[in-house]
Design a protein around this ligand. Structure first.
Ligand code: DGL
Length: 297
């Protein structure tokens, strides 16, 4: 039986109202701005909120319990602001805390691992895929699981490259030190004959030219940030949640001093970050959840 007109209209106007809500972007600090930048580029009408947990950066060397607890504190912060979708820009959080976040909130939660894995599987011709990320991301095996689910015969070569994070923040992207670090970390991946490499960390896109020079043209480099922004756009479109009018806005929150975020952030964002607000997270840690804090989209 067709639905009564009033019911259809109400559902449509509820979706339109929901489309006005902001999108949350999670990160451990500054690096998630590489994902934020792509989101702002592809979704210029959306209101974007970014939280960088600069007081507790880096997450990449922390235990899974700690990463999960911190991620939930950030999620609760955003849930209280009525966001329509959450993007976990940080690879470490995506690798470790995505399931806990999805169980806790009833808005879509998008991570960077699946889009990155999907793009790498599409990019490889020989089925030999390299993955680089923080120690915690590589130890979690999250990229391997996603790649194998899509392509069971793929050969995967994973390597943690922890020094790339401070190099990117320092702006040492193509000097001797950066080239040496790239050579040491990626030497074995190059020898293993990979033809696709996933940059599985928010900071690594800044080193892309140096990594590309070292690996040569035969290796396709996959940036999870670009892939994730595409995925978010698709999802919003499918659910009728795209904001179709007006200009979007960008708001930034940090848990430590604002000054460093503004200075270093520009390098990751590609434009100046005009202002940021320092916030204190509530410190609630109850990963057992689920606690519904937002309305279903
Ligand atoms: N954002 C982290 C990631 O993408 C890198 C920085 C950190 O270790 O917190 O894994």
């Amino acid at each position: 039986m067709p639905k009564p007109r009033s019911e259809v209209t109400t559902r449509r106007s509820r979706a339109a109202e929901r489309a006005e809500a902001p999108i949350a972007v999670f990160d451990s600090g500054i690096g998630g701005l590489t994902v934020f930048k792509e989101l702002a580029r592809r979704l210029p009408r959306e209101h974007l909120l970014y939280l960088g947990d600069t007081a507790r950066l880096p997450y990449g060397t922390k235990s899974p319990e700690n990463v999960r607890g911190c991620s939930i504190e950030i999620g609760d912060f955003f849930a209280e602001r009525g966001v329509k979708l959450m993007v976990v820009a940080c690879n470490t959080m995506s690798a470790i805390a995505l399931d806990a976040l999805r169980a806790r909130y009833d808005v879509p939660v998008v991570g960077v691992i699946t889009p990155g894995a999907r793009a790498a599987v599409a990019a490889t011709t020989r089925g030999r895929i390299g993955v680089i990320g923080t120690e915690a991301t590589i130890a979690s095996g999250a990229y391997e699981r996603e790649i194998r689910a899509l392509s069971p015969n793929a050969e995967i070569f994973a390597r943690a490259c922890p020094l790339f994070v401070p190099l990117a923040e320092e702006g040492w992207l193509d000097n001797d030190v950066a080239r040496r670090a790239v050579g040491i970390y990626l030497g074995s991946l190059k020898k293993s004959g990979i033809d696709a490499l996933i940059l599985g960390c928010t900071h690594y896109p800044l080193l892309r030219p140096t990594i590309g020079d070292f690996l040569g043209l035969g290796v396709r480099i996959v940036d999870s940030a670009e892939e994730t922004a595409g995925e978010v756009r698709r999802l919003l479109h499918e659910r009728g949640l795209l904001r179709t009018r007006g200009r979007g806005t960008a708001s930034f929150f940090v848990t430590d001093g604002v000054q460093r975020f503004l200075q270093v952030g520009e390098r990751f964002y590609g434009a100046s970050v005009a202002s940021a607000v320092r916030v204190v997270l509530r410190g609630e840690r109850s990963p057992e959840g689920p606690r519904r804090l937002t309305r279903r989209a």
